[in-house]
Design a protein around this ligand. Structure first.
Ligand code: FE
Ligand code: FE
Ligand code: MG
Length: 228
C-alpha cells in the first residue's frame, strides 16, 4: 500500500487513523473528521480537509489549504495552541453567561437576563470562528471539555452566588480578561497572519462591547438599589 502526499507533508501529520488494505479494496479509517471511508478504484473522495484519490491499491492523499497555511508568518503549531486556548475560554464564557442567565436574582433582572443570554450566543459564535481557523491551519480543536480548564486563559467563575451584582462583576472580569487575551493575539499576528488578525479584531470589538454593556447594567442596578 503506497500513500503519496503530493504536497510533501509527512503523512503522519494529517493521517491520524490507520489504513486497512485487502486485495480488492482499501479501507481507510481516520479518527479525525473522516469516520470511515471505503476506497474504490477510480473514485475521488473529498472531505473537509483532504482529497483522497483511489487508484486500485494506491491511495493518494492531498492536504487542502496548504498555501493558506504557508502564508502564515508565525509558527503555525504555536498559533493553533493559542487558538485552542482562546477556544476553551469561549466555551467557558458561553456557559458562564448561559447558566448565569438562568440563576441570576436581583433588581433589573429582566434586562440583565436578556443581555447575558445574548452574550452567551455571541461567545459561542466566537468559538465557531476559532474552530474554523484551527481547522484551516491543520490543527485539531479541543475535543474534551475537561481540557478547557487546562487551556483556558480566563478561567471560569461559577455563579454560586446568584445576586445580580456578583454575577455582573464576574462577567465583567471575564470580559476584561478576554480583551487582554485578544489584544495580545492581535499583536502576535499583526503583519504575519491577516486572516487570524481580522478574526481576532472582530472578536475583540465584541468583547469591548460586552464589557461596556455589563458595566452599564451594573450602574443601573446600583442606581436602583441606592434609590430604594
Ligand atoms: Fe468571546
Ligand atoms: Fe464576551
Ligand atoms: Mg451586548
Amino acid at each position: 500500500m503506497v500513500i503519496n502526499d503530493s504536497t510533501g507533508t509527512p503523512r503522519a501529520r494529517f493521517m491520524a487513523g490507520y489504513i486497512l488494505h485487502s486485495s480488492s479494496r482499501v479501507q481507510a479509517i481516520f479518527h479525525y473528521r473522516e469516520p470511515f471511508m471505503v476506497c474504490r478504484h477510480g473514485y475521488t473522495y473529498i472531505s473537509s480537509r483532504s482529497i483522497f484519490s483511489c487508484q486500485s491499491t494506491r491511495l493518494t492523499v492531498k492536504t487542502m489549504g496548504t498555501l493558506g497555511r504557508k502564508i502564515v508568518g508565525t509558527d503555525v503549531k504555536d498559533l493553533v495552541n493559542l487558538l485552542n486556548k482562546a477556544y476553551s475560554d469561549e466555551w467557558l464564557a458561553y456557559y458562564q453567561y448561559w447558566i448565569g442567565s438562568k440563576v441570576v436574582r436581583g433588581p433589573n433582572k429582566e434586562a440583565v437576563i436578556a443581555e447575558l443570554t445574548l452574550h452567551a450566543t455571541e461567545e459561542l459564535a466566537h468559538a465557531t470562528l476559532l474552530t474554523t481557523r484551527i481547522i484551516q491551519l491543520g490543527g485539531t480543536p479541543v475535543t474534551k471539555p475537561a481540557d478547557w480548564y487546562k487551556l483556558t486563559n480566563c478561567g471560569y467563575e461559577a455563579p454560586d452566588d446568584p445576586f445580580i451584582v456578583k454575577v455582573l462583576e464576574q462577567n465583567i472580569k471575564g470580559e476584561q480578561c478576554a480583551i487582554k487575551t485578544y489584544n495580545a493575539l492581535l499583536k502576535k499576528t499583526k503583519d504575519k497572519d491577516p486572516v487570524s488578525y481580522n478574526m481576532f479584531l472582530t472578536i475583540l470589538s465584541q468583547e469591548v462591547e460586552h464589557e461596556e454593556d455589563l458595566q452599564a447594567l451594573l450602574e443601573d442596578v446600583e442606581i436602583i438599589m441606592k434609590n430604594k
